[in-house]
Design a protein around this ligand. Structure first.
Ligand code: FE2
Ligand code: FE2
Length: 497
């Protein structure tokens, strides 16, 4: 039998599906808003308004094409398109309103050229917000577009360069931003770059040693301060409205004094320590494969919070030698274990954890099978045909992102390493290999984009960290720690004479 040939998709020149209609609608809307931002305050004519409209629409289409090539998921993520469009138009409109106010003020003072105070217009706030909320690639393209449109507005190509320099400095300044105070450092860098660029521009015009140069550089210095104020005020608003998670909010969740982590420590101390180790493993592997290490660590910290409800049923929290599962049917034990994923998701939503972390909690076991209880059920059941493998599988879904897959692997490897008696690097390596290969064969990574190179890097880092964790120490001289009877010897206390 031959394999059926995949059907060729017919390309329709103008496909008016709902998806495309939404995209065209967004393009028309944002192009109109940007048109307003450019022509506002100019002598209006139909030619000018139409011409600028088509220029900005063309720029938006180019930007969209780049985004879908770089990040194909954006194609169906209208929320992301709305976020980028809102930031682009909002940034330029705020800039124009700001310019309108200071232009009025300078006209009132009467001695300053309003064009010089355009150097204070905070157009770098958009690129900074994009770098914080989305990623640096999007921020770079966003900055190019902002610079071009700002140049159109003032009909001045040098101003495009000024906006480009300020925007890129702001975006790169917050790339690895892990504290809100780091935004202020980036703002200072924006101020310095703005001053330098404004001086270079005045130099190119032959006005370096003039009052114009002083006004331009003072305005440019103010630029960074206004940018930081705007970014600090708007960032929490965008995080909330578009449910975006920045490194700053992840860092706040990393604090082990968070109520949920404290509850985990008190209720399920074994799970708490397991989660910390999973965090170390996931973070190291995330750095190696180029995904967000902070997201990996935070998700690992919270992946098992569902165990808070019934901690004693999970082996890492069992202190007594008798297991709670001894008197339960395997199916019942399996149901209790399965429930920790659902409970975890509910608890995470209740505590307003970011959606990315809720998803990873949901996916951290994928659709893997609880082998122990499935085998036990098989041994106990007389009629094996009544036993369904699906009943012992986690509900999934399988990991949808590389970070979720990393947490799944780190979790499985950490749990399995607990049974090792020989913790030599060779044995640990064998164990890591077996666990990860089993996940691949079971199809757990079918929905995420892990490469074989990624898997090799992940294995190397897991083996290195686990062997370091189970390292042996030499006995302390004078303390025979391995001798159980040492404390039972009668103490040779000096008797008073
Ligand atoms: Fe779990
Ligand atoms: Fe776990």
């Amino acid at each position: 039998m031959t394999n059926p040939k995949p059907k060729d998709k017919k390309k329709v020149p103008l496909n008016l599906s709902t998806e495309n209609l939404i995209k065209y609608g967004l393009l028309i809307l944002f192009a109109a808003l940007l048109d307003v931002a450019v022509v506002l305050g100019k002598e209006l004519s139909l030619e000018l308004v139409t011409g600028i409209y088509f220029i900005v629409a063309l720029l938006l289409v180019i930007m969209y094409k780049d985004f879908i090539r770089y990040n194909p998921e954006i194609k169906k993520d209208y929320k992301m398109l709305v976020l980028i469009g809102t930031l682009l138009t909002g940034n330029l409109l705020i800039g124009r309103i700001f310019f309108f106010i200071i232009e009025g003020f300078t006209k009132w003072v009467g001695t300053v050229d309003p064009v010089l105070v355009a150097y204070a217009v905070p157009l770098a706030s958009g690129p900074m917000l994009v770098a914080l909320l989305i990623d640096i690639h999007t921020a770079i393209v966003f900055t190019v577009l902002t610079g071009l449109i700002a140049g159109l507005w003032l009909s001045n190509p040098l101003y495009s360069i000024f906006v480009f320099a300020a925007g890129l400095t702001g975006a790169f300044g917050v790339i690895s931003c892990r504290k809100r105070s780091a935004i202020w450092r980036a703002g200072l860098a924006v101020s310095l770059v703005c001053v330098f660029t404004s001086l270079v521009i005045t130099l190119s015009k032959g006005e370096l040693l003039s009052i114009a140069s002083l006004v331009a550089s003072s305005s440019a210095f103010l630029n960074g301060i206004i940018v930081v104020t705007l970014v600090s005020a708007l960032l929490p608003l965008f995080e909330y409205m578009f449910k975006r998670t920045t490194n700053i909010s992840l860092l706040e969740l990393l604090d082990l004094n968070q109520p949920l982590m404290r509850e985990l420590l008190v209720e399920a101390p074994g799970t708490y320590h397991h989660s910390i180790i999973v965090g170390n493993l996931a973070e190291a592997a995330a750095e190696a494969v180029g995904v967000n290490p902070l997201l990996a660590r935070v998700s690992a910290y919270y992946h098992d919070i569902g165990k808070i409800k019934m901690p004693d049923y999970f082996i890492e929290n069992q202190i007594a030698s008798v297991s709670k599962h001894d008197n339960l049917a395997p199916r019942m034990s399996s149901l209790i274990l399965l429930s920790h994923v659902k409970e975890g998701v509910e608890l995470a939503k209740k505590h307003n954890l970011p959606p990315m972390i809720v998803d990873i909690i949901q996916q951290h076991h994928g659709t893997s099978i609880q082998t122990f209880f499935y085998q036990k059920a098989k041994e106990q059941q007389d009629n094996i045909t009544l036993l369904r493998e699906e009943d012992f599988r986690y509900p999934g879904p399988k990991p949808q992102t590389r970070v979720a897959a990393l947490v799944l692997m780190a979790d499985a490897v950490e749990a399995a390493s607990r049974v090792l008696t020989d913790t030599s690097p060779a044995r640990v390596s064998l164990l890591v290999d077996r666990i990860i290969n089993h996940c691949i064969i079971d199809g757990q990574f079918d929905n995420c984009e892990l490469t074989l190179k990624d898997l090799r890097e992940i294995k190397t880092h897991f083996v290195y960290l686990l062997t370091s964790m189970y390292h042996k120490r030499i006995n302390y001289p004078g303390f025979d720690i391995n001798n159980e009877n040492i404390d039972k010897k009668p103490a040779k206390a000096a008797t008073p004479r």
